[in-house]
Design a protein around this ligand. Structure first.
Ligand code: NPG
Length: 374
């Protein structure tokens, strides 16, 4: 396939509630969407980089610049482009998995639509519904936290993840465990601790958590292996795992016994499947992370979460947990689960109206520059 051009669309979707983590507070989702255009049809990708480089080194203005000036030229030059070729064609560009992943996603959507195949089928999905958890941000006080968790449990979420940071950890977990009993409960530290906090983190052991996610810096994989020897709560990695190779290495040194998979963090859904596969081969369960995606990214995440080794509920919550109005048809919780899309490609449709309402800028980059333009 030859691309005709790519549309880069920036959107700002207000969140229904502020989402506070150890790396800052989000009130809206500033996202970059990419639409790959070919003579036969188009496909959508979503870049999950945040507005600021606080979760990972990528950020959305940077991603847009990079896509435009470094990633699109080699893709435009390939007249037999496929989604599979995106990563190899871009391998000379270091890092920037989220920007690369967005382009691969758009190509996958385009290609699979033309082939009338769903992303779920393409990736090897084995289930029609996926179990859903919800990620609960840091709150002002325990009362607010209990109310938020109660609301989510009422809606049917099958697992609660609490964001933690120093000063908001053991007491928050204890309060939720005491109030709600034997629910599936886990915590996410987003790198907010150091190995010196090991004894403090061991205080979480008595609450029978499913896992503690990424307590230390992403480069500090070895300290996670040390921690895993000192606490009973299983250690799960997120930020540290930026490829299947990183997953293999982390597992080999005992740094994690569970892995959070986010396609954007590893460069796209094809590498995400490879992460799934290496974990499966080592008997390490995985679950699907979330980055406050629109219906596009959510559709792809739900397809990914339908693979066999996704045995824990993911951060694949319903659309109304995030947005009053999404840009696709909403994902609706049914008995704590979301249905895996079966239509071609991502299997969802962008509402042009809804999209236009939240668009802050649109740029169309043609593959061939119009004559006379530099
Ligand atoms: O449900 O999409 C969701 C949010 C889940 O907690 C969540 N995501 O650290 O995993 C994370 C966090 C995140 C959100 C990370 C936005 C980066 C951006």
């Amino acid at each position: 396939m030859k691309l005709t051009g790519v549309e880069l669309r920036r959107i700002r979707l207000p969140l229904v509630g502020e989402f506070r983590t150890s790396f800052g507070s989000q009130k809206a989702r500033d996202a970059l969407l990419v639409r790959a255009v070919s003579p036969d049809g188009d496909g959508w990708g979503e870049c999950v980089a945040l507005a600021a480089p606080v979760y990972s080194p990528e950020y959305v203005d940077g991603a847009e610049h990079l896509i435009r000036h470094h990633l699109l030229p080699p893709l435009f030059a390939d007249h037999e482009l496929t989604a599979e070729k995106v990563a190899p064609l871009l391998s000379h560009v270091k890092g920037n998995q989220m920007a690369k992943g967005a382009l691969e996603m758009a190509l996958l959507d385009l290609e699979l639509r033309l082939r009338d195949e769903s992303l779920a089928t393409h990736l090897g999905a084995v289930r029609e519904w996926v179990d859903c958890g919800v990620s609960v941000g840091i709150m002002n006080d325990i009362g607010e936290l209990i109310d938020a968790v109660a609301g989510y449990l009422d809606q049917g979420y099958k697992r609660i993840k609490l964001k933690i940071e120093p000063g908001w950890d053991v007491k928050a977990v204890q309060a939720v465990r005491e109030r709600f009993g034997d629910i599936l409960l886990q915590v996410d530290a987003n790198t907010a601790y150091t190995l010196q906090d090991a004894a403090h983190l061991a205080e979480l052991d008595e609450f029978n958590l499913l896992l503690i996610e990424q307590p230390f810096e992403e480069e500090d994989v070895r300290s996670h292996a040390e921690l895993a020897k000192q606490i009973r709560t299983p250690v799960c990695l997120d930020e540290s795992i930026n490829s299947a190779r990183a997953a293999t290495d982390a597992i080999a040194i005992g740094a994690c016994s569970i892995v959070n998979i986010k396609a954007g963090r590893v460069g796209g859904y094809l590498e995400a499947k490879r992460v799934h596969d290496v974990c499966e081969a080592k008997g390490v369960p995985v679950w699907c992370g979330g980055m406050l995606e629109t219906g596009l990214g959510r559709a792809a995440n739900v397809a990914l979460a339908a693979l066999p080794n996704f045995t824990l509920p993911g951060d694949t919550s319903a659309s109304d947990r995030y947005f009053a109005q999404d840009i696709t048809e909403p994902f609706v919780l049914d008995d704590g689960r979301l249905r895996v899309p079966t239509g071609p490609g991502l299997g969802v449709t962008v509402s042009q109206d809804a999209l236009d309402q939240v668009t802050t800028s649109t740029k169309y980059i043609p593959a061939v520059k119009p004559a006379g333009r530099k």
